[in-house]
Design a binder for this molecule. Structure first.
Ligand SMILES: NC(=O)c1ccc[n+]([C@@H]2O[C@H](COP(=O)([O-])OP(=O)(O)OC[C@H]3O[C@@H](n4cnc5c(N)ncnc54)[C@H](O)[C@@H]3O)[C@@H](O)[C@H]2O)c1
Length: 462
């Protein structure tokens, strides 16, 4: 836990490991009708602002990156191509990663950013001394909150790769610090910007599915090879599989579903239940590929192979979220959205059925509706995003962040949205630990969700 968090005495009452059940509930959510497992804990005082947060416009956004491994490097490349950006600083534990990122910037014909590589806390020096507007973080999960807190406390806006934090205390600390310092604190959920997810957002806003009832989503990605080899620096990711059992990576799915369902903006996650299977895949892969007597094969992994979570919203919708990174299977985010007028699904194939429009009882390809419902951002940025990470959506999310900062506009996802989506992790861990008992979801807006405006169909000015 970072020094920033240790100072927060009101959060010391939240002991994740010790509590075990019903973690981090807002007191208002606990009452006679609260589900089993709900307990009161103290949280940031007051109600979050109902107006979306904005900061003064920044004509040229000066950026410092922390963590330039696989994903951070891809963001650096994107930022060299976004107008109105200066990459001023690069920080990484590994000097060779700093140099690699610096070269990407200079190869793009831009000035060499300052390097910061004097140990695991050098991001603090960067946050304190570099002239930056934005700190962009793509480090391992356990560093997300410490880096973001250091950035905001040094007066910088902060953006992080997913998920936003590794514990509920950290999520509350981020909310409280963003409010106190009046800085943006953004979780960069690139899957909200994928073409189909954005088309669905437009279809939802234009009423194509009627009233929303049910969503399905997940992260189903065979990561056995990556987690059990040196792909990740210091093998940071497998350490979470050893210690934690829950949906460790829900935001690629719940990020877009939350936007469609107006979570934190007229609706909110109410409670969830979660269960996980036994753990098999990591041991089997290690025994076959590293050796039956290897440390990896003999290790006990807490993470169940398939984790299934059901979230109920206060608006009456259900969302099934699945996580599996330990078994052989093709990649999927398992997207499905059912409304009163029809449904759409993505993976393994995109299909749609709209009552009165599709042939009776027959799926249609989603391309049949693309010309009518394509999101305007994809229309305007498709060419520029070509070749960027994850099919172009990473460029679009980076572009939107910069555009919002330059315009002094709200970011598409704010600290409350990032915290709500990330809290699925901790509440699923709590539910599994309590044999599937319902867990009340924290309300990071402390009631403001009722009047915060929904995300519209934003246009890219270009
Ligand atoms: N949105 C997406 O589609 C997507 C895809 C991949 C990864 N990610 C996220 O990006 C983050 C990084 O993942 P990755 O695959 O790039 O991992 P990685 O291991 O390749 O990169 C992590 C980087 O952080 C650096 N680092 C570690 N400790 C540090 C410290 N104390 N100070 C400075 N730098 C430090 C490492 O040296 C490394 O360069 C994770 O949060 C992951 O969840 C998101």
């Amino acid at each position: 836990m970072s020094a920033d968090i240790e100072r927060r005495d009101f959060l010391k009452t939240i002991a994740v490991a010790g509590a075990g059940l019903g973690l981090g509930c807002h007191p208002a959510a606990v009452g006679p009708n609260a589900p089993p497992g709900a307990t009161a804990t103290r949280v940031a005082p007051g109600v979050a602002p109902t107006a979306l947060f904005t900061a003064p416009p920044i004509p040229t956004v000066r950026v410092g990156f922390v963590g330039v491994g696989h994903q951070g490097t891809s963001h650096v490349e994107n930022f060299t191509k976004i107008p109105g950006v200066e990459i001023r600083a690069i920080c990484d534990l590994l000097p060779e990663h700093v140099e690699r990122a610096q070269k990407i910037v200079t190869d793009a014909g831009q000035p060499k950013p300052e390097g910061y590589s004097r140990g695991p806390e050098d991001y603090r020096r960067m946050c304190d001394e570099a002239q930056l507007d934005l700190v962009f973080n793509a480090t391992p999960w356990e560093l997300h909150a410490p880096v973001m807190l250091a950035a905001m406390n040094a007066g910088k806006h902060a953006a992080t790769e997913v998920p936003m934090a590794a514990s509920l205390e950290e999520l509350w600390a981020l909310v409280e610090t963003a409010e106190r310092t009046k800085r943006h604190c953004v979780m960069m959920e690139n899957c909200c910007y994928d073409r189909t997810e954005m088309m669905i957002l437009r279809m939802v806003r234009e009423g194509a599915f009627g009233e929303l009832l049910h969503g399905e989503c997940g992260y189903l990605h065979d990561l056995r090879t990556l987690k059990l080899t040196d792909y990740y620096v210091n093998r940071w990711r497998i350490k979470h599989s050893i210690r934690r059992n829950g949906d460790l990576y829900p935001t690629h799915g719940v990020g877009p579903v939350a936007q469609w369902m107006n979570v934190n903006r007229g609706n909110r996650f109410d409670y969830l239940v979660s269960m996980a299977t036994m753990s098999r895949g990591l041991n089997l892969w290690a025994a076959e590929h590293i050796g039956p007597e290897s440390a990896e094969a003999r290790q006990r992994y807490a993470l169940g192979d398939v984790c299934t979570t059901v979230i109920r919203t206060t608006g009456g919708q259900t969302i099934v979220v699945t996580h599996n990174t330990s078994n052989p299977r093709p990649y999927s985010r398992n997207i499905l959205l059912q409304g009163t007028k029809g449904l759409i699904r993505k993976y393994p194939e995109e299909k749609i059925y709209l009552e009165g429009r599709s042939p009776n009882d027959r799926w249609e390809p989603t391309t049949a509706y693309q010309s009518q419902y394509e999101h305007p951002i994809w229309k305007s940025l498709e060419e520029r995003s070509a070749g960027a990470g994850h099919g172009g959506m990473d460029y679009i999310e980076d572009f939107r962040l910069v555009e919002s900062l330059r315009a002094g506009a709200p970011t598409d996802m704010d600290v409350y949205d990032g915290a709500a989506c990330t809290s699925v992790i901790m509440m699923s861990e709590a539910s599994i630990a309590a044999k599937g008992q319902p867990q009340q979801m924290p309300d990071f807006t402390r009631g403001a969700w009722q009047s915060r405006p929904p995300l519209g169909i934003v246009q890219a000015a270009g």
